[in-house]
Design a protein around this ligand. Structure first.
Ligand SMILES: Cc1ncc(C[n+]2csc(CCOP(=O)(O)OP(=O)(O)O)c2C)c(N)n1
Ligand SMILES: [Mg+2]
Length: 623
């Protein structure tokens, strides 16, 4: 079949399917794109020719945001389906780098198709070409190599078929997956070639659920049976593997309490009898207490990041770890016993090995924590009432409480960066495994709005609320226009606190005195402590086409959230928060080193506090 390289690529992608548990999905269900001279005549023409059914198209505004949308989509689809992103060469391509890193860090599949410079080199340098004098085969797309799990540059048409199959392998592999980049020189995209029909036959990529090795399972069961204070830590792998209900059964049957990482939050309903809530630096008091006294910890699908381990300080020396993980790389962390396998299949197998086992009874102060949570959420006895005459402006926690009161169980909250992820991790009461969608592997400001669009495209039957800090809003509001254009009725909650509040707090703590973290005029001293900026984000959101609500009381906030939820349009609820009433502080440490020498008293005091709080050398069990 004679087609251009770009036409062959689109045709191939339109007949790829993923299968797990007998359910089929389009592996690449659509494509985001911004056209330039590096892709308009190749991939752009091919999309036009293929038609919307073969490859639905979404017009992007910023290439980074396109990747965020694809990640939101793929995560919501449990990595069984994703979206591709086509870009021009040069800046359009390098704008992908941050999104690619985010996808790869979070192990979420996205297919990136940056244009590239001419393979035939008729007139180097072409517009936007980087020339590296000592390495003439390098283009800016090489910046995508370290952040991609598979990278290839299609210098000749003949290279395409084998590379496409490798790209699909990585996209559909639970261990390998992440950003997959096929760089497409602009002349090659438009070049015709006679392709074998075999390339375009329908293919089904079966996503495996491997079982851990029997000997390892037996050893893990023995270790857990011997434990006096076992603990499960649920990570993102639980969600990817759709293992929530198996985990709930496992916890109920064994009585082992469950704590959740950011990626794993929502694995258990917040009020499940074994649920301790969030773990680590942004954890709950009962979960962090359980971690401190645990003797055997079963990590399920977790990468053990510093937020989870409180920078290595959370678990006592001598704690034994069993890590059920699809990736051996993570399975062996924390000097653990690796159960290399799928979270759902592995948990079921482990439950069978543990038949009859019941963890020793132990009380954690869960009821106290839940009452405390309800109070800071402005929910009194936690029944969702009592918040209507709450204080104004609300605390950030009260905004979370209002959302909790208004949202239905299947609604989704999306967030990634700022002070909100920590507050959400600690306080949010997840009622559905898909409800809590916080990207904290890369914690990338600007993820929220495009990811909410991706989530909604993946789950059109769910209402989606993106919690958007003013800093995040200003970084990447661009895809609001796409939501308006395509009628994707996502809801933003714009949380105004006039700057990078989370970093302002951290800055004060590390002796940097909040320097340049508020959105204020520079002032006489030039340290950004002047008057607040005359910026109106509500007007800005309205100008981009959103239906905007600006509540002026606690009661109006709930009414506005409900109206936004019911609106057929994309909306924003704009709310200014009270920084004087922060959420409960950290129960566990996080390592951010403080300047060792300084002329400033605040820095010296912070350094002294850092040295006093830092765990003694050698006391971190996992290093
Ligand atoms: C792309 C990116 N740049 C910088 C950071 C570092 N950072 C983390 S939170 C934050 C401030 C976010 O401000 P805002 O969205 O207003 O949330 P707030 O902290 O005020 O809650 C910054 C700059 C980041 N996470 N992502
Ligand atoms: Mg802010």
């Amino acid at each position: 079949m004679r087609l251009t390289v770009a036409q062959a690529l689109v045709r191939f992608l339109s007949v790829q399917f993923t299968e797990r548990d007998g359910v089929r999905h389009r592996t690449v269900a659509g494509m985001w794109g911004i056209f330039g001279h590096g892709n308009v005549a190749g991939v752009g023409q091919a999309l036009l020719e293929a038609g919307q059914e073969a490859m639905p198209f979404h017009q992007g505004r910023n290439e980074q945001a396109m990747v965020h949308a694809a990640v939101g989509y793929a995560r919501m689809k449990h990595r069984l389906s994703t979206l591709a992103c086509t870009t021009s060469i040069g800046p359009g391509a390098t704008n992908l780098v941050t999104g690619a890193a985010l996808a790869t860090v979070n192990r979420v599949p996205v297919l990136l198709l940056p244009g590239d410079v001419f393979a035939t080199r008729p007139a180097d340098p072409v517009l936007q070409q980087l020339e590296v004098p000592w390495a003439y085969d390098v283009s800016v797309n090489d910046a995508l190599r370290p952040v991609s799990r598979y990278f290839d540059r299609i210098w000749r048409p003949e290279m395409l078929p084998a590379s496409l199959l490798q790209a699909m392998r990585v996209l559909t592999d639970p261990v390998e997956t992440g950003a997959v980049t096929l760089a497409l020189p602009q002349d090659v995209q438009a070049e015709a070639y006679d392709w074998p029909d075999e390339l375009f036959r329908e293919r089904v990529w079966h996503v495996r659920r491997p079982l851990p090795d029997a000997a390892a399972l037996a050893e893990a069961a023995q270790l857990l049976r011997s434990a006096r204070r076992p603990l499960v830590v649920a990570g993102g792998g639980v969600r990817h593997a759709e293992a929530a209900s198996v985990l709930a059964q496992f916890a109920a049957a064994t009585g082992i309490p469950v704590a959740e990482t950011q990626a794993g939050k929502g694995s258990l309903r917040w009020d499940h009898p074994q649920a301790l809530g969030a773990i680590g630096h942004t954890g709950t008091a009962p979960a962090d207490a359980a971690a401190r006294e645990a003797d055997v910890v079963l990590g399920v699908g977790t990468r053990w990041t510093d937020f989870t381990t409180a920078s290595g300080s959370l678990f006592a020396p001598g704690t034994r770890f069993v890590n059920l993980n699809a990736a051996a790389f993570d399975g062996h962390k924390m000097a653990g016993l690796a159960l290399v396998g799928d979270a759902r299949a592995g948990l079921a197998a482990l439950a069978a090995e543990l038949a009859g086992f019941r963890a020793p009874e132990r009380e954690y102060a869960v009821a106290e924590w839940r009452a405390r949570t309800a109070a800071v959420l402005g929910q009194g006895d936690g029944d969702g009432g009592g918040g209507d005459d709450g204080p104004w402006p609300p605390s950030q926690a009260e905004v979370i409480g209002a959302l909790d009161a208004v949202l239905a169980d299947r609604d989704v909250v999306v967030n990634a960066a700022g002070s909100m992820p920590g507050d959400l991790h600690k306080l949010w009461r997840s009622r559905d495994p898909e409800q809590y969608h916080v990207e904290y592997g890369y914690s990338c400001m600007g993820y929220e709005i495009p990811a909410a669009i991706g989530v909604r495209l993946a789950a059109p039957d769910r209402e989606v609320f993106a919690l958007v800090g003013d800093g995040t809003y200003l970084m990447l509001p661009t895809e609001i226009v796409t939501a308006v254009q395509e009628g994707v009725p996502v809801n933003l909650v714009i949380v105004q606190n006039h700057g990078y509040a989370s970093i302002g707090g951290l800055s004060a703590q590390v002796g940097a005195e909040g320097f340049a973290t508020a959105y204020r005029f520079p002032g006489a001293s030039g340290d950004f402590t002047g008057a607040p900026l005359p910026v109106d984000l509500a007007a800005n959101a309205a100008s981009l086409g959103l239906e905007v609500f600006t509540p002026g009381s606690a009661k109006e906030l709930r009414t506005a959230l409900a109206a936004a939820r019911n609106s057929p349009r994309a909306t924003a609820v704009y709310v200014e928060t009270d920084p004087a009433r922060p959420a409960p502080g950290a129960e566990a440490w996080w390592d951010v080193p403080v300047a060792e020498v300084s002329a400033r008293p605040a820095t010296r005091a912070a350094r002294a506090a850092y040295e006093a709080s830092r765990p003694a050398p050698g006391s971190r069990p996992t290093l």
